[in-house]
Design a protein around this ligand. Structure first.
Ligand code: FAD
Length: 462
């Protein structure tokens, strides 16, 4: 059997695409209009409707709920948030610690709501294990471990080569850092369950309804306009397709492969009994999970960005990306050289110019948005949604400020990306630099991070 490429994602191939919901029938009014039916939009609808049941909430989704990154991701539900270190510089260490604590709690919140709503998303709370495969990666891992501990993660553990191998036998691993604040899940089972839960609460979802323009109190579509005091943009990597938003968040590609199910002997040779989500410390990092049905789903960067902020074609990825991911798989686990790759796919992340996730409500227009999560949106979308709920409740006089509305990522402003071709050239150069740096670090013996990577990070605003 050959590798299926695209078809949105392996997760949909496994779990099936949902029955389509009706498009917007014409002009309507609502109290809140949410644009985008991924985790951000759906969690926001969920928490708002739960908090204020009489609200009339409409979700408009261009394709179907979970069509974007929420139906394609690596299933790492974890406590990482893009921009925390910058928020520490801007607002002080203590504010960033509060943000980190909120993220730690978010992992448990998602797991709890899944239980309450009977969403069986193959959740396994095994934490996150990040491994180092070279002296330079080990030095970065130790610095990362120390930084996370300083942000309050006193339950994080550092392992040497032997202890790492006791957990998972990654060839060449010289150490690892583990945090309990993470879980593996099935992305599509989560997004489908969430959409069903939201509908059961009384929220209306219209699919196959692309919004072409968002303006104060209006979401415009080819089938009609939704008028609402609050219009929330939850479109992450697809944001560039909206009028006026071309340079807001850069759509960065991430690609994945899923192997065939491994047999008992193969799992015996690998270990990974704790089913931690697995990552490394490369500049163009990899991420992986052991799926509930015994496969390895593994992702990485591939071709990072398409000229003009174009997004992919229903998840297809480039053949050379599939090969590159397979190379990572067999570098980590050489005994899997003959293993079949059943599926390959890609999706887009939203990357702001300063690589900082944000959640914003403009009180003068009623326009809100959340995203720019880079590669860490599975848990962050939930925190963003609860924060949007609190911002709307505060703005509409139903409550005062809360701990969430005081977090440093709220109402953060950032400049736009450069026009083309600078945008394309910048991203290509950055990832070429990362690939070169990873290669030099993997073949060298120095613990210093490659200077080209340091420079690329600085220039890119990361
Ligand atoms: C391959 C891949 C792997 C990833 N792995 C991880 C991971 O393991 N852990 C992690 O934390 N994060 C991961 N991420 C990131 C994470 O998946 C996202 O940050 C998160 O899903 C974002 O959710 P969202 O709802 O904001 O955006 P999306 O899920 O992209 O949803 C946006 C929705 O808006 C719709 N839409 C867009 N434009 C319009 C419009 N104009 N009108 C109407 N609807 C519109 C889209 O169709 C889409 O359904 C990964 C992402 C990718 C692509």
């Amino acid at each position: 059997m050959s590798t299926v490429n695209g078809g949105i994602s392996f997760w949909y191939a496994q779990d099936g695409t949902p029955a389509p919901r009706e498009p917007l029938p014409g002009d309507i009014s609502a109290d809140v209009c949410i644009v985008g039916g991924g985790y951000t939009g759906l969690w926001t609808a969920y928490y708002l409707k739960k908090a204020v049941p009489f609200l009339n909430i409409t979700v408009l989704e261009a394709k179907f709920c979970g069509y974007g990154a929420s139906g394609r991701n690596g299933g790492w539900l974890y406590n990482g948030i893009a921009g925390r270190d910058r928020y520490a510089k801007l607002h002080g260490h203590e504010a960033a610690v509060r943000l980190q604590q909120a993220m730690n709690a978010t992992v448990g919140e998602v797991v709890d709501v899944c239980e309450q709503e009977k969403i069986d998303a193959d959740v396994h709370r095994g934490g996150v294990l990040e491994v180092a495969l070279s002296p330079a990666q080990l030095a970065r891992l130790k610095a990362f471990h120390a930084a996370e501990t300083a942000f309050g993660e006193t339950d994080r553990e550092m392992y040497g080569a032997r202890e790492t191998a006791d957990r998972i036998r990654v060839t060449g691993a010289v150490g690892s850092s583990w945090t309990p604040h993470g879980a593996r899940l099935h992305p599509v089972k989560l997004v489908k369950g969430l959409a069903a839960a939201v509908e059961a609460l009384g929220v209306t979802i219209h699919e196959s309804t692309p919004v072409t323009e968002i303006k104060p109190k209006h979401a415009v579509t080819p089938y009609g306009t939704v008028r609402a005091p609050y219009v929330l943009r939850c479109t992450e990597g697809f944001t560039a397709s909206l009028t006026g938003q071309r340079r807001t968040w850069l759509p960065m590609n991430s690609s994945m492969i899923a192997t065939e199910p491994l047999d008992d002997a193969q799992w015996e040779s690998i270990g990974w009994d704790g089913r931690e989500t697995l990552g490394d410390m490369a500049h163009a990092y990899m991420y992986a999970q052991r799926t509930a049905d015994g496969r390895i789903a593994l992702g990485g960067r591939g071709v990072p960005y398409r000229f003009g902020s174009k997004t992919d074609n229903d998840g297809r990825t480039q053949p050379q990306t599939i090969e590159a991911l397979r190379d990572i798989l067999t570098r980590f686990f050489p005994q899997l050289a003959g293993v079949r790759v059943d599926h390959a796919w890609s999706g887009v992340l939203g990357v702001p110019r300063d690589w900082c996730a944000t959640v914003t409500l403009d009180r003068s227009t009623g326009l809100g948005w959340a995203g720019g999560y880079v590669g860490s949106g599975v848990a962050t979308a939930n925190l963003a949604a609860r924060t949007l709920r609190d911002l709307i409740k505060e703005d509409s006089g139903q409550s005062g400020p809360t701990d969430l509305t005081a977090l440093p990522w709220v109402n953060h402003k950032v400049r736009k990306w450069e026009p083309e071709p600078l945008r394309w050239l910048g991203v290509q150069t950055m990832y070429a630099a990362f690939r070169g740096a990873d290669h030099r670090e993997s073949t060298g013996h120095t613990a210093a991070t490659d200077r080209v990577a340091v420079l690329a990070n600085r220039l890119s605003g990361r």
